[in-house]
Design a protein around this ligand. Sequence first.
Ligand code: ZN
Ligand code: ZN
Ligand code: ZN
Ligand code: ZN
Length: 274
Amino acid sequence: KSLPHLLQILTQYGILECLATHLFAKDILSLARTAKAAHQAILCSRESRLNLLKKTSCDGIGVRIRQVSHRKSKFFYAFDCRDNTRCGAAQEPPNSEMYPCVSCGVTTCQECRTHCVYQSHYQLADEEDELPCFSGFVLLDEHEMAILSPEHLRESGSWTTTVSLPHHDQGFLDSPLDSGAFSSIELIDEIIDTNLGDGELKGTNWSGSPHPSAVVQAFWKVSERRKRNLCKGCFEDTMLAACPSQGPCCCTLRSHFLDRWLCLRCYQREEKSI
Ligand SMILES: [Zn+2]
Ligand SMILES: [Zn+2]
Ligand SMILES: [Zn+2]
Ligand SMILES: [Zn+2]
């Protein structure tokens, strides 16, 4: 008799809302599975489910997906390189910049969401007149890539004063660290603002070769698959207005992955469904 009574109390919406702020999304969903009343209170209306999920904290799953997908190069171990990958909820103090994923509604932090370029590693400069080194990964591609800051190109920037912070989706992408392949650097802004329906993602230093350069290769895999698809399939209703309903995709990597707050679980689901 006591359990149904407890459930009756727990499933009062105000109490659920309060509980949610102390729980992760998966706890809310398992609570919903415990009894019919709980199921009804939590899952039956889309609005109440999204509202409860919004109140939860990021559970760090995106960071775990990154750690499994991204492979550290031999340089990471050979030099005193550091990894800045930490879920916002686990940072000290916690980083409260969290929003619901546009696709599943689960609260997701800046580090657990999808980025085009994750700037995950850094190495402090040995001497005062030297610059720190940065590296990271394209989406969930396994290869560690060198990344150059604006300061490396003698442009003004703030990376050298904020070395340990992640500088995602910024700066210049350089060659993969573990392969011997060398190609010229690309401005990351330029890559992620390219219209994917226009054809191959060639990069600014394209030389007519049918193969993508080592620098844009990881993006190329994603963009090649996307350009054959119509926009209708790759966007939610709200974004459809921006794209023609027929014809090749006209999205950019930015409109697809950065302007939408997308968790990495949903990114993986989207990639599989293309
Ligand atoms: Zn997180
Ligand atoms: Zn999601
Ligand atoms: Zn699209
Ligand atoms: Zn489009």
